[in-house]
Write a protein that binds this ligand. Structure first.
Ligand code: NAI
Ligand code: MG
Length: 357
């Protein structure tokens, strides 16, 4: 397993260090692991004068998978794009054509109290949001500013999907559903948008190749309501870039803290980038209080999707579950009566639970 470790900035290196310890513990055989570290974000600027150094990109390309921490510094958005630490991830995704973004939302029973929703709504929740990541209105051309016929300034963007882009994300979605409860809900806005009409047409067509998967369609406004009202009806939700951006953050909050949420970005095959959903959290960086579980669960996704080791994914999930049952809590998920621990101690606890299940 050749893995590029891009820890980045802020709490990135703190949580990534724990994720790497868990990876080593769960794989066991150190000869099977080749870890190559490389700087990205502000760390890239400091080391090589570029948030995404050529050397880092080369290391990422040569790896089987990438473990990413987080990148960015306060005031990032003031810095021009090419030198902006926080934009290094977008550039990396684009370079590697990582078009399929998996964001599972799993409710650990021990954390039901941390959800904003009633226990009966979220208990047992296990859904997967699959977001298309390289197309849609975020990248569509033309885009820009212009002056209207009446002389008013306008900002404009273009929502566009090609057949091939929709087809490839649809296949990824149906295959993911096959590995789960065999239900796929395609989310768009086909009552208003031509782009969504094409999307729906292609999902119906591709769905014929997966007769064992139940395909449903939902408009994005209804889906956002249903995610809050009855999220357990969903198994795999597949949607475009902008709808997925919003719905995945929404789904994330169902399960409690952002410090618990892993993600995977794949290019269609086994190669992928794995990262916690959260950013560099400058407010808590360097204090050993960040929750490393999102990064640790990202390693679990990596073992499943890039290395075809669902057994090791399950081992990590079981260890996280044990640690939560034993009452270990970082500040973000702390409840009175539980045991408050730091980043490193949480990592220790997961490693111990893997070694002595
Ligand atoms: P953020 O996710 O870094 O932080 C949001 C809030 O959640 C903060 O209060 C933070 O303390 C808390 N938090 C985040 N992760 C946590 C963890 N593991 N344990 C406990 N608490 C945690 O998002 P924010 O503040 O919007 O962005 C901060 C910086 O991170 C910016 O420079 C931004 O550009 C960058 N960023 C990078 C991302 C990436 O590399 N994938 C994603 C999002 C933001
Ligand atoms: Mg977002």
């Amino acid at each position: 397993m050749k893995i590029a470790v891009l820890a980045g900035d802020g709490i990135g290196p703190e949580v990534t260090a724990e994720a790497v310890r868990v990876l080593k513990a769960v794989v066991g055989d150190s000869a099977a692991l080749e870890l190559v570290e490389a700087p990205i974000g502000q760390a890239g600027v400091d080391a090589a004068g570029d948030p995404l150094p050529q050397e880092t990109l080369a290391i990422a390309r040569k790896a089987d998978a990438i473990l990413f921490g987080a990148a960015g510094v306060p005031g990032d958005e003031q810095i021009p794009y090419a030198m902006r630490p926080g934009a290094s991830l977008l550039r990396l995704r684009k370079h590697l054509d990582l078009f399929a973004n998996f964001r599972p939302a799993i409710m650990f029973p021990q954390l039901v109290g941390a959800s904003t929703l009633r226990p009966e709504v979220v208990e047992g929740l296990d859904l997967l949001i699959l977001r298309e990541l390289t197309g849609d209105i975020y990248f569509g051309e033309p885009r820009g500013f212009r002056t209207s016929a009446s002389g008013e300034r306008q900002g404009f963007n273009t929502m566009v999907y090609s057949e091939s882009e929709v087809e490839r994300i649809a296949h990824v979605g149906f295959r993911a559903a096959r590995g789960r409860r065999r239900k796929l809900c395609s989310v768009e806005k086909a009552n208003v948008l031509e782009c969504s009409q094409l999307w729906r047409e292609i999902f119906i067509r591709v769905g014929q190749e997966y007769p064992d998967v139940e395909l449903t369609h939902m408009f994005v406004d209804a889906a956002s309501m249903m995610l809050i009202r009855a999220p357990k009806q969903f198994d795999v939700v597949v949607t475009g870039n902008i709808f997925g951006d919003i719905l995945s953050d929404c789904a994330a909050m169902l399960t409690g803290s952002i410090g618990m949420l892993p993600s995977a970005s794949l290019a269609g095959g086994s190669f992928g980038l794995y990262e916690p959903v959260h950013g560099t959290a400058p407010d808590i960086a360097g204090k050993d209080i960040a929750n490393p579980l999102a990064a640790i669960l990202s390693v679990a996704l990596m073992l499943r999707y890039s290395f075809d080791r669902p057994d090791l994914d399950e081992k990590i999930q079981a260890a996280v579950s044990t640690v939560l049952s034993d009452g270990y809590r970082t500040t973000d998920i702390f409840e009175p009566g539980s045991r408050k621990v730091g980043t490193r101690e949480m990592g220790d606890a997961v490693v111990a639970a893997i070694r002595n299940p």
